[in-house]
Ligand binder design. Sequence first.
Ligand code: UDP
Ligand code: MG
Length: 320
Amino acid sequence: MDQNVRYSIIIPVYNEEAVVEETYRRLTGVMKSLQEPYELLFINDGSKDHTAEIVEGVAKRDHSVKLLDFSRNFGHQIAITAGMDYARGEAIIIIDADLQDPPELIPDMIEKWKDGYEVVYAKRAKRKGETLFKKWTAAIFYRTLRSLTEVDIPIDTGDFRLMDRRVCEAMRSVREKNRFVRGLVSWVGFRQTAIEYERDERFAGETKYPLKKMLRFSMDGITSFSHKPLKLATYLGFLISFSSFIYLLVSVCQRLFTTNTVSGWTSLIACVLLLNGVILILLGILGEYVGRIYDETKGRPLYLLRNNPYAEVSARKEVS
Ligand code: UDP
Ligand code: MG
């Protein structure tokens, strides 16, 4: 760990050429006012635009800026993880690049950290400039996740948070592949506290989380922290078997004691289709877990880098 760095800011960027300079400007303003050494660690998650070049340009002018350049797009959660692997500060802050998370909140987080808290997460009291669909799905997701898991994952909280060095080290020891970082931070424990804030609109550009990524992200969250969906098969199995048995008894009684027999085809087809649907859904749920087990067994690295952000630093160290 470099003693010269007190705060590390982790900023994942994916096709953010429209915002990245403004992000740098606002973050620098806030960090300079603290008058303690800091670093801004940008993780370029395989952007297809000029994000990397812009950050490189800034890094040449300002040595507190570092760039971690991924060989391709590995995803937001992996980008944050890489940031934690390379961050050298005593306190590590994760923030989105699009300025939806206001950098001006960082000094408040640092205050709490100095009070002795090891994780300070920012809870979204309000979300501005996001679609109703996004707000609703997010609200439902956080509540479902909470009801499914025993880990105390705070609701309406993103990855915008401060972590102490100790928490960061603990996080680094967790190497699972399909990562849900905000859940893992709860899982590692330590003294945690929240501060509330209003989530701003995106400064420029569009969301980098289309529906497909959002779905995958939520599945990662649920499968990483709960086995309950797997038990659904057992519960449904019992329920359906029990109701079928009752139905069978009723049908036999009708046949024996009344003149009308139960007529067949339509109800038969309805049952067959319904049950097949249920079985396929349950197989799908099982598949989500099996696929993730498969990912774990392959033992591939979490990400690949094109550069070493501290190459010059370590070279200098070796010489001295
Ligand atoms: N991001 C990333 N890789 C991706 C998608 C997003 O590094 O594959 C970054 C993005 O540049 C931003 C942050 O993750 O800094 C959050 O993304 P975004 O603001 O698009 O998500 P939203 O706020 O719409 O949920
Ligand atoms: Mg955003």
